[in-house]
Design a protein. Structure first.
Length: 348
């Protein structure tokens, strides 16, 4: 006989929940459920069948297909440069993730959803986020600027008059914001992030070694031997790909110094954006930043030596959060936990 809702609730097999926070990122999507914490962290990738647009895989399953799909299937990333590039695929992906999260949970009503978005988002892009969340089953959709969510996630006192500066380096965008009194006083957003660094590595190996590699390999090189600053910790790694001359697979050894040089352009773009943000910061808040330093969040904060490079270029203390990849969704989760306190940082 089917168990009653009350029995399921008392047994703990169904958990009533109404609030969800989402970090809809270019590289990864993270979901936070109020009272439980982060319950999902999956790549923002969808595998679809060409022509019919039938879904063959979402998230980690689809990411494993990147660069490995047969002719009839393509693995796509529906978010580009921090914003929705394909609304329909994003809706399907978001609905899948929310369904995964809600499978063992009882929703008394449609959930209230907070989504982290880039601070430089346009109204058209904002509508795309809203329609995707609504189509995925949200009752109310609120948006919070990613740097604001990241600042709340690392525990900065955003609602005080003290100036707090955050650099959030994601897959598609780098967001730099100075925050005080629950608002962004000055911000700079550039569409340069981890993806641009991966592209620079692909281009370097093609030009210098006649070696063609895919996105996953470029990302692995960035993580293992990529660096932004020479701190004496040099590394090497074997890279496998296809020889562009002979067409035969081959292996080359790549040094971290070569990778550091080839990613200089996107890294310098991030440094220049930080300088621009500091130049437009009001002097009273600038003095707070001198005392408190700058907090780095996002996956890009994990690039070795980037904090040292920024400290060298700005003469300011740079702090990297212990879990930079989850700062935005943790911040959005804290907003859910104390909604009245942080209501003013949200947009509808």
């Amino acid at each position: 006989m089917a168990m009653s809702i009350r029995t399921l609730l008392s047994s703990g097999r169904l958990i009533p929940v109404n609030d969800i926070a989402v970090d809809l990122g270019t590289a990864n999507t993270l979901v936070y459920v109020k009272g439980e914490g982060i319950v999902l962290n999956e790549p923002s990738v969808v595998a679809v069948e060409r022509g019919t647009n039938r879904i063959k895989g979402i998230g980690l399953e689809a990411k494993r297909m990147l660069g490995r799909t047969p002719e009839g299937i393509m693995a796509v990333r529906p978010l580009k440069d921090g914003v929705i590039a394909d609304v329909d695929i994003t809706e399907i992906m978001l609905r899948h993730f929310l369904r995964t999260v809600t499978a063992k949970r009882l929703f008394k009503m449609k959930p209230r959803v907070i989504v982290g978005v880039p601070s430089g988002i346009t109204e058209l892009e904002r509508r795309a986020v809203r329609s995707s969340a609504n189509a995925a089953g949200a009752k109310e959709v609120f948006m919070v600027a990613e740097p604001m969510a990241a600042a709340i996630g690392v525990g900065l006192p955003v609602d005080t008059p003290t100036g707090n500066m955050v650099i959030d380096i994601g897959g598609g965008t780098t967001e730099i914001a100075v925050i005080a009194l629950s608002g962004i006083v000055s911000d700079t957003s550039i569409r340069v992030g981890g993806d641009e660094i991966d592209s620079a590595i692909v281009t370097f190996l093609r030009k210098n070694y006649n070696l063609l590699i895919g996105e996953p390999t470029a990302e692995a090189i960035k993580i293992q031997i990529g660096s932004a600053f020479n701190n004496g910790d040099e590394r090497e790694m074997e890279v496998k790909g296809r020889d562009l001359v002979s067409g035969i697979p081959k292996t080359v050894r790549v040094h971290s110094q070569e990778i550091r040089e080839c990613i200089q352009e996107p890294i310098q773009a991030i440094v220049d954006a930080v300088r621009r943000a500091l130049e437009i910061t009001p002097p009273e808040l600038a003095s707070d930043i001198v005392d408190r330093g700058i907090v780095m969040t996002g996956g890009g904060a994990l690039i070795r030596g980037l904090d040292q490079l920024l400290a060298h270029e700005t003469n300011l203390p740079i702090h990297v959060d212990e879990e930079p990849l989850t700062c935005v969704v943790r911040g959005a989760g804290r907003i859910l936990d104390d909604f009245e306190r942080f209501r003013s940082v949200l947009n509808t």
